[in-house]
Design a protein around this ligand. Structure first.
Ligand code: SF4
Length: 411
């Protein structure tokens, strides 16, 4: 293999003076400016290379990849050995000679598992189209471009087996912002990290920068927070301190914490933050000393504070939870009671659209629900004709429309 790019080789030689060490490639300039290199010249490498020596600066490079070491090389010899190892050279160039923000570089390397897989393993996988990773619901494939440059393709994980050409193809990362705005049914997605990303599109021919931008439009700030967490620098803001910061109409949420315990925050986390509802891994707790009992999830990227969707929902719950319980008496058959439970479950799990119209065994079946309403609701819409007691906070609760108020929920 002799297709080392001249510019990459030139950059490698220039970098050798400081020393190169990346992913198994080591290049050193032992002679340096005093020209003392060459003493470790290896057989077969020093022949005519020595003729290129100028002013005592030749025969000074060592080029090593794993167990393969070439020492005592002059610049021409370094070029020859580098040409025999183009993957190592281009890999070094891709990661070290192209300027990138540190978080972006770490993310791109994580995608190809660069800290665990050696260069030949990754290059073979890229050449064969086998290198892929996921980020939330994104499926990212990494192919080998010219001179070791990576070419990224992104699509929905559910489309991983479909050719990009069979999808709606995009090349401009900014298109991802609109794609991520609505789900497959055209409903607005207030929480960008909800597992409701629509399918049917692909971003192709992306370089590293464009890939990072695309991911940023789909899942804002997730790479930055993931990187901060890796470096032990994630600044977590727990429930109490986040709620204490709320002002205006949201300031009321802080009052919810005045009672005993923090069970209400567990309910919030179970309602909004578990993996089925949000792909972030919740790292915030009630406060620094008080973890929640609800699992934080397994997502690749962390959640550092209650988001605006949660704050908005919490405002509604703060009002509703201010009510005192009352005792009502309803007359239901056992099956009707179970049916009400099934309906709550189906709505909470977002399953209502999946229940077949003819599946009368499911309590949340539309016809069964309509039958129950026809039988048990009166003309006022009261269950079993039992009126709801008046309570002071009714208007406040109705006014808190979480879906609209939680725009930009990821903050
Ligand atoms: S608070 Fe974090 S984990 Fe919970 S729903 Fe919002 S973004 Fe997701």
């Amino acid at each position: 293999m002799t297709d080392v790019d001249d510019a990459q080789l030139e950059a490698l030689v220039a970098a050798a003076e400081e020393g190169v060490a990346l992913d198994g490639l080591i290049v050193t300039d032992e002679g340096g400016e005093n020209g003392e290199g060459g003493e470790d010249r290896e057989d077969g490498e020093d022949g005519k290379d020595g003729e290129d020596r100028e002013d005592g600066v030749g025969d000074r490079y060592t080029f090593a990849t794993g167990s393969d070491t070439h020492a005592g090389l002059d610049e021409a010899g370094l070029g020859r050995v580098a040409a025999q190892n183009p993957w190592y050279v281009s890999n070094w160039y891709y990661w070290e000679a192209i300027e990138r923000p540190p978080a972006e570089r770490a993310f791109l390397r994580w995608l190809e598992d660069a800290d665990e897989r050696d260069v030949p393993d990754r290059y073979e996988a890229m050449a064969e189209g086998r290198l892929a990773a996921s980020w939330g619901q994104l499926h990212v494939t990494i192919r080998l471009g010219e001179h070791g440059h990576r070419v990224y393709t992104v699509r929905h994980a559910e489309d991983a087996d479909r050719e990009p050409e069979a999808l709606e193809v995009h090349t401009d990362p900014r298109d991802a912002r609109e794609i991520a705005t609505f789900d497959d049914r055209g409903r607005y997605r207030p929480l960008k990290t909800a597992p409701t990303l629509p399918t049917g599109w692909a971003f192709v021919d992306l370089d590293g920068r464009a890939l990072a931008e695309t991911v940023g439009f789909v899942y804002p700030a997730t790479v930055a927070n993931w990187y901060r967490e890796r470096r032990g620098e994630l600044d977590v803001s727990h429930w109490r301190e986040t709620m204490a910061r709320q002002t205006g109409i949201y300031g009321v949420v802080e009052t919810w914490d005045r009672g005993e315990g923090h069970e209400h925050v567990n309910w919030v986390a179970e309602a909004c933050c578990v993996d089925s509802q949000c792909l972030k891994r919740r790292e915030w707790a009630y406060d620094e000393e008080t973890p929640l009992e609800v699992d934080g999830g397994d997502g690749a990227f962390p959640c550092r504070e209650p988001c605006s969707l949660v704050v908005s929902a919490a405002r509604t719950w703060t009002t509703l939870e201010g009510e005192e319980p009352r005792t009502y008496e309803f007359e239901l058959t056992p099956s009707e009671k179970e049916q009400l439970e099934a309906i709550v479950d189906a709505v909470a799990d977002g399953r209502t659209d999946d229940i077949r119209e003819a599946d009368f065994s499911d309590g949340a079946n539309r016809y069964r629900a309509r039958f129950l309403r026809a039988k048990r609701f009166d003309d006022e819409g009261d269950l079993c004709g039992v009126a709801t007691d008046e309570w002071d906070g009714a208007e406040g609760a109705d006014g808190a429309d979480g879906a609209d108020e939680a725009d930009g929920a990821d903050g």
